[in-house]
Design a protein around this ligand. Structure first.
Ligand code: PFF
Length: 454
């Protein structure tokens, strides 16, 4: 089935705009905050090895599947499955995706709030003269405080909604196009400084030398979750963005460029962080605070540290913003389409609901520290379950759908833009989404949650 483009519906205006928005969604705190700390907790090199394998073999097929569904239907994740009429249960996959976006945004915006605090500290010279230990204490004191993490979280939610209200073209494209290359440049500078610290070699070995004895079922599941999280897949974000992509865009090349860029930035963040972690004697398995201790430590040790750290936290906040926009957009598009709300109302409603849950995540070390379940606070619970459970499940159903229900001809038409591109690999893609991806995701998932045991 092929949809006639709705003249009222917005779309991205250029190839570069599509790339910038999709890469903007993918590149964010997942690369610079989450990848290093999860890799640090899961043994470094072995985790990186699994992560790369999952991006290539599973991430790329899932990503292409999502974009293809979005562009074919021009709908939200729920509307897309309704429109394709392959059974009443499929829209539930869309609903799961929208809920995933909802819960991920709730904790993600809390971390984004941390970047604003760190920007503030940077501007007011708050790191100056502090040792890595003192920086660790400073982070904890901030996070355990009552107001600040919550206020910064709310500020971030307001910024996100303001951009989403103004719409896809004016909002999303404009902000993502300019600042990403700058973030890349500063990460390169940081990596160089980190690599030239005495004792940096050990950090590189930690990141690049796999020690397979460190792999557990949980590590494998975490690597899969992180791969999906970092690529923004498994919850319909790219179904939504795909629905804004024009019919002449080469989807597969967009997907390949975005996943390469995303993976490169994650590795670069690792190269910036781990040498410093070892040089300063920070514990690589420190957890969520790793990036927030290691990077300020590097800034202390470099010429122009004040300038670079301020610029860096501005860029990190922007990278986070282009990701939070994409998450909120999923929920808003759903509200607009299914509840028939105007964009502005839908955005306000979604933001208020998400902020309510997010308050508990942002205050997880302060006011709400006693709200725990299975030994995890609200933040930890949202972080673990949405990333490691919802995203793999979402990815699983999405590839099954494209592989077995969408129809080979539709897939081929989308990949080849109705025959105007060669897309000779479409059979390989079909094979991946029919067999390889669903089986691999299912095995990792069931093994990770302990239902089967390898
Ligand atoms: N990919 C983003 C990051 O790495 O920071 C996070 C993210 C954005 C996850 C959008 C999921 C999503 F739908």
């Amino acid at each position: 089935m092929n949809s006639i483009p709705d003249p009222e519906r917005e779309s991205f205006s250029s190839k570069f705009g599509i790339l910038a928005a999709t890469a903007g969604s993918a590149i964010g705190l997942g690369n610079i905050w989450r990848f290093p700390y999860v890799a640090g907790e899961n043994g470094g090199g072995a985790f990186l090895f699994l992560y790369l394998g999952f991006v290539l073999a599973l991430g790329i097929p899932v990503m292409l599947s999502e974009m293809l569904i979005g562009r074919n239907t021009l709908k939200s994740p729920v509307g897309a499955f309704v429109k394709l009429k392959k059974g009443r249960a499929w829209p539930l996959v869309g609903i799961m995706g929208v809920s995933g976006a909802f819960f991920i945004l709730a904790f993600y915006a809390a971390v984004a709030g941390w970047t604003l605090e760190y920007l503030y500290q940077s501007v007011t010279n708050g790191f100056s003269g502090k040792s890595p230990d003192e920086l660790g204490d400073m982070f904890n004191a901030f996070r355990e405080g009552s107001w600040r993490p919550i206020i910064w979280f709310l500020v971030f939610m307001v910024m996100t909604s303001a951009i989403v209200i103004s719409g896809v073209k004016k909002g999303i494209e404009k902000y993502t196009k300019i600042l990403m290359p700058l973030l890349l440049a500063i990460l390169v500078i940081l990596s160089i400084r980190s690599l030239t610290l005495p004792g940096a070699g050990e950090g590189l070995r930690f990141l690049f030398e796999p020690d397979f004895s460190k792999i557990t079922a949980n590590t494998i599941l975490q690597a899969l979750g992180q791969a999906f999280f970092s690529l923004s897949i498994g919850m319909g974000t790219l179904i939504t963005y795909g629905s804004y992509i024009t019919k002449n865009n080469n989807l597969s090349s967009t997907v390949i460029s975005v996943s390469l860029a995303d993976t490169f930035i994650a590795i670069l963040a690792g190269v910036a962080i781990f040498p410093a972690v070892f040089a300063f004697g920070i514990d690589p398995a420190a957890g969520e605070d790793l990036t927030f201790i290691a990077l300020p430590s590097i800034f202390q040790q470099m010429v122009g540290g004040y300038f670079f750290s301020t610029l860096f936290f501005v860029l990190l906040a922007v990278a986070a913003l282009t990701s939070t926009i994409s998450m909120l957009e999923v929920v808003v598009t759903y509200f607009v389409e299914e509840l028939k709300l105007k964009r502005k109302r839908a955005t306000i409603l979604a933001s208020v609901l998400i902020s309510t849950i997010g308050l508990f995540a942002a205050g997880s070390w302060g006011w709400f520290e006693n709200m725990t379940l299975f030994g995890k606070n609200v933040f930890g619970l949202l972080n673990f379950t949405s990333v490691n459970l919802l995203l793999p499940l979402g990815g699983f159903f999405i590839v099954i759908f494209v592989g077995w229900f969408m129809g080979g001809k539709v897939v081929k038409d989308e990949l080849s833009n109705e025959g105007s591109l060669k897309a000779r690999f479409w059979l390989v893609f079909l094979f991946l989404v029919r067999f390889v991806a669903p089986i691999a995701i299912a095995v990792v998932f069931l093994n990770g949650i302990g239902i089967i045991n390898f």
